[in-house]
Design a protein around this ligand. Structure first.
Ligand code: SF4
Length: 357
């Protein structure tokens, strides 16, 4: 903790013990890097400085502020939780880990972080950084992802957590993992816990934790349609449940085996919108990696041939202009496509301007 007090990075969420701010930062930091989170955190707090302000927000606004941060169920859970805090807890976050864990999107780690940092409760935490530090301190040469090892790690974390200043202790452990006991080439020479460290003593710090078996991510071919009408184009809102729920996108979907992209566009649009389209120019190719799969998305300019689009797959459809885009939240892959279609300016890149026909 002495080391932490001298070396802690000055992160915006560390300047406060407000449980709302701590909760927000912890949710944003799940699976996301500190530098990515900073500007989102600032913008979010500017829009919703208190849990009551967030509870009164529209899901649209919340998703827009979350746009590009990924794992959008976090944003939807954030809103649900804020409303629950206001309706069931009179606007105040509960203090106990058990009650915190009943909130949507709050697991044992996040509950421990809020309880210890905001309220000083002696509750352990276990994130990727802390797991790595423990695996080295105690020289655990096993796969850290098994249920049995997870259980052991939680017990270790619990035993180490002090009765007082647990919030500082937990943050110190995370900071140690983020800045000193880093994944590759840990900086043992400046480590404040070097003399307690079994991995350092045995010289095996570079071999721990045991590397995860790498799984090849599935790769999907996706087609999407930019259907134009009178200078506007059509977007659909994804259903709330599931991946990217509540976000807006260009209609389209996965190609099936044996289909050409044009055939896939025609089929997808018929299935999703109940209309027939004629695919024209190829406008963009986008590569994007999600946590469990990768996609290559091909976007085609399309003309409506027959029918009025109906939302058979989406919850809502809108005709929008390019300048309306800023009012809607889109997944990162769609934003990349828009960038190529509407803003391709480099002299070397093939300039594809959508004419709005
Ligand atoms: Fe990590 Fe090295 Fe410190 Fe051990 S001594 S905790 S391996 S940085």
């Amino acid at each position: 903790m002495d080391w932490y007090r001298r070396n802690a990075r000055d992160l915006p969420w560390r300047r406060s013990h407000d449980p709302y701010r701590i909760w927000l930062s912890e949710i944003m930091l799940q699976q996301t890097r500190v530098d990515t989170v900073r500007p989102y955190y600032r913008r979010f707090l500017r829009a919703f400085p208190t849990v009551r302000r967030l509870a009164g927000a529209d899901e649209h606004q919340v998703l827009k502020l979350w746009e590009g941060l990924g794992y959008y169920s976090r944003a939807r859970n954030l809103l649900k939780t804020a409303r629950l805090i206001v309706s069931h807890h009179r606007g105040r976050f509960p203090e106990s880990v058990e009650e915190l864990r009943n909130l949507p999107g709050v697991g044992r780690y996040t509950a421990g972080a809020i309880a210890s940092i905001a309220y000083g409760v002696s509750a352990p935490i276990l994130d990727g950084n802390v797991k790595r530090v423990l695996a080295r301190l105690y020289c655990i040469p096993e796969n850290l992802d098994t249920a049995e090892i997870q259980k052991r790690l939680w017990i270790m974390a619990e035993e180490l957590t002090p009765d007082r200043h647990a919030g500082d202790f937990n943050q110190a452990m995370m900071e140690l993992g983020a800045m000193v006991c880093i994944p590759k080439e840990p900086r043992c020479e400046v480590c404040p816990v070097r003399r307690f460290c079994a991995a350092h003593r045995n010289g095996c710090q570079n071999k721990l934790p045991m590397p995860r078996a790498r799984k090849e991510l599935p790769h999907y071919q996706i087609v999407a349609a930019l259907i134009g009408r009178g200078g506007k184009y059509l977007i659909g809102r994804r259903r709330p449940e599931g991946l990217l729920g509540g976000l807006w996108e260009l209609p389209g979907g996965k190609m099936e085996a044996g289909e050409t992209p044009e055939q896939a566009v025609r089929r997808e649009i018929r299935e999703e919108l109940d209309v027939s389209v004629r695919p024209g120019r190829h406008l963009a190719t986008v590569q994007h990696a999600y946590s469990h799969f990768r996609i290559t998305m091909q976007v085609y300019e399309c003309r409506l041939r027959q029918g009025q689009p109906r939302p058979l797959y989406h919850t809502d459809l809108r005709w929008v202009t390019q300048s309306d885009q800023s009012h809607y939240a889109f997944p990162a892959a769609t934003l990349k496509a828009f960038q190529k279609i509407f803003h391709a300016t480099s002299s070397r890149s093939r300039r594809v301007r959508w004419t709005g026909a």
